[in-house]
Design a protein. Structure first.
Length: 332
């Protein structure tokens, strides 16, 4: 469809969708939108091609039936309850990396809360330069542009704020016990369901913007993961035992994340710490910490108001701001 046809189609979709139990005469729809019957019919055909389903009867009437699980901006907007997160959507079928695209857009002045989302990433990135598998239409591969006022030193904590919002959304929406693995992973039953990648642009005393990327495994089955990560990775579908609507989940996550982010902007990480600690998968457990070429065995005891992990090694308490941490399973 052309740009003008797209505009009519989206308005028509909204009108039909708002009354799913009602069928509308197509001539009446043409009059309502001040256009011709032919244009309405073409718009409906276009919407069907996009994956929307309608019930058509013999008397030229149409009724909305269902929407596709698709990342169209208008589809995301339909479910959004946020003030500014996701209100500007940049949606693509495939990109190398949503974080890379969001970083460029932020550098060009994109507004705070802009959401960059794709059905597929060909060069998805995780922490420490790792590759993140991003198969088509099975997950949520996205990045948000944020413009916080805090000094850059406080902003790495946004990774754990994001992970907390995600864990709380999973727990509330799907009734699953989601946990945060410091500083940026979300786990269910010890297996990774999502990862966060935070990238910052700024100077020593001021951040220009932060891009928060999230890769969330939504509807993968075990066979969709590469063999070498099947034991360590999971998806919402695997854990919930049912297909999850990606866009409804996305809208719930963005609302919760926006609420936590606004608290973070106002008062920092401290008021969020009780929720973070409650969902931590590390606190109170023996962990192995890799810092460069060094490996440290210690007990995770706390998370600081700056987002650092505190660990106790013998009588010494160490403050960890970076590195890879894994739980040492109890030997039996």
């Amino acid at each position: 469809m052309s740009g003008h046809s797209d505009e009519i189609a989206i308005k028509l979709l909204g009108h039909l969708r708002n009354s799913p139990d009602k069928s509308f005469a197509i001539p009446d729809l043409a009059r309502k939108f001040s256009t011709r019957v032919k244009v309405i019919n073409e718009a409906l055909k276009g919407l069907v091609l996009w994956g929307y389903k309608f019930d058509f009867d013999n008397t030229s009437r149409a009724r909305f039936v269902s929407a596709p699980d698709s990342i169209f901006p208008h589809e995301i907007n339909h479910y959004l309850k946020t003030n500014f997160f996701g209100r500007n959507v940049i949606s693509h079928f495939s990109v190398p990396s949503t974080n890379s695209l969001a970083f460029r857009l932020a550098d060009e002045g994109a507004t705070e809360g802009t959401l960059v989302i794709a059905d597929k990433q060909t060069e998805g990135r995780g922490r420490l330069g790792r590759r993140w598998q991003s198969p088509t239409k099975l997950g949520l591969w996205m990045s948000l542009i944020l413009r916080p006022s805090q000094p850059p030193a406080e902003l790495p904590a946004l990774s754990i704020v994001t992970a907390t919002a995600l864990a709380e959304t999973i727990s509330d929406k799907l009734k699953l016990d989601a946990r945060i693995k410091w500083p940026n992973d979300c786990l269910i039953d010890g297996r990774k369901v999502a990862g966060i990648l935070t990238e910052l642009s700024g100077e020593l005393d001021k951040a220009r913007f932060v891009v928060v990327g999230a890769g969330i495994n939504v509807n993968q089955m075990s066979r969709d993961f590469a063999p070498y990560i099947r034991k360590r990775a999971t998806s919402l579908r695997i854990e919930a035992g049912a297909v999850v609507n990606r866009i409804e989940f996305l809208a719930d996550f963005l609302l919760r994340f926006e609420n936590l982010y606004l608290k973070f902007k106002k008062k920092g990480l401290k008021p969020l710490l009780p929720g973070i600690k409650k969902r931590s998968s590390l606190l109170g457990r023996q962990v192995r910490l890799k810092r460069g070429s060094k490996t440290i065995l210690a007990k995770a005891i706390d998370i600081s108001a700056e987002g650092a992990l505190l660990v106790r090694r013998r009588k010494e308490v160490l403050r960890v701001t970076a590195g890879e941490v894994t739980v040492i399973e109890d030997e039996t």
